[in-house]
Design a protein around this ligand. Structure first.
Ligand code: ZN
Length: 315
């Protein structure tokens, strides 16, 4: 399947991490399988955090093994430290994502250390990777959270975000996510930062990770695309809240993002109808008060809509 952009599903990690009730393991596996069948090529399936910190990911081993059994899927997972990374290396996860905040205050609050110490933790992950030749098949990446604004510090100097990205690349990160963790960004700001980031690090390395907290998720995604970005995170039905804004919406809605790109003639490789049908897995298994977001699921595609991606061959 030819793709002009690579979309990564992050709902199983970013979305579920705030859902208190355990999302059934079988439903997670179904969500993953059905998205792969719809054409999704990359899924962040869990976070390697201790079960007492986030019980939602206690089934990570079974979920990762299932995801790894599917062909044509890049399996990624979030890791907070070298210990979590080692679990990921041992399970043969394709891509591990470390997180560090551009906001010093947010980093302290989120992971209880300075950003400089977070860079040391990243180095420790790379040391673990180097300790075993089997681990070399796993890529190590990082997200820079609060790169476009912070609930604690407010505005973040774009130079600081770029500096942090550079430090991570120097230490071996193959991809860097620019994350608008709290949904503060606007398209003008996004475009400017992505132009600079792509000029410095190349389009292959830069990933857009936006939240729709203030309704600008799609607009920001488009701004990043226009700046040359070709890799985007989103979640089915926009699952995922924000711990700092309890009523807020979550990640960019994957279904709407697929519609936007396909309608523009940009191939995602994802079959929109099949993708939309997977919302049912969420509806059946999420707590009743967990909202499902998205517009295309409500309105349906416009008359005569022709997706840019060829529909998958009938089975
Ligand atoms: Zn996020």
């Amino acid at each position: 399947m030819e793709r002009d952009v690579i979309l990564r599903e992050v709902g199983l990690r970013d979305g579920l991490q705030l859902v208190k009730e355990m999302f059934p393991t079988d439903a997670k596996k179904r969500w993953i399988s059905e998205e792969v069948a719809a054409g999704m090529s990359e899924i962040e399936v869990c976070s390697f955090v201790p079960p007492h910190v986030v019980p939602q990911f206690q089934d990570h081993e079974e979920v990762v093994r299932h995801a790894k059994s599917l062909s044509d899927l890049t399996v990624s997972a979030l890791v907070p430290n070298a210990k979590g990374a080692e679990r990921g290396f041992m399970l043969g996860v394709d891509k591990l994502n470390f997180v560090v905040s551009a906001s010093e205050t947010h980093n302290q609050k989120n992971v209880k250390c300075s950003t400089e110490d977070s860079l040391v933790r990243f180095e420790q992950i790379m040391e673990v990777r180097a300790s075993n030749p089997d681990y070399a098949k796993t890529e190590v990446c990082s997200g820079v959270s609060t790169a476009l604004g912070c609930t604690l510090e407010g505005e973040i100097d774009p130079k600081r975000a770029l500096w942090l990205m550079g430090e991570l690349v120097k230490r071996g990160a193959t991809e860097i996510g620019i994350a608008d963790t709290v949904g503060y960004a606007n398209p003008g700001q996004v475009k400017a930062l992505f132009i600079d980031a792509i000029a410095e690090f190349g389009a292959d390395r830069v990933v857009a990770h936006f939240h729709d907290t203030r309704g600008l998720g799609l607009a920001n995604s488009l701004a990043a695309y226009e700046a040359g970005c070709r890799k985007f995170d989103a979640s089915l039905a926009g699952l995922g809240g924000c711990p700092f804004a309890p009523m807020a919406t979550g990640n960019v809605v994957m279904d709407d993002l697929v519609f936007m790109f396909e309608a523009m003639g940009v191939r995602t490789g994802i079959d929109l109808d099949r993708l939309l049908s997977i919302r049912e897995v969420l509806r059946e298994n999420l707590p009743a008060d967990e909202p499902l977001h998205g517009m295309i699921s409500k309105a349906g595609p416009p008359k005569g809509f022709r997706p840019a991606s060829q529909p998958l061959a009938a089975e």
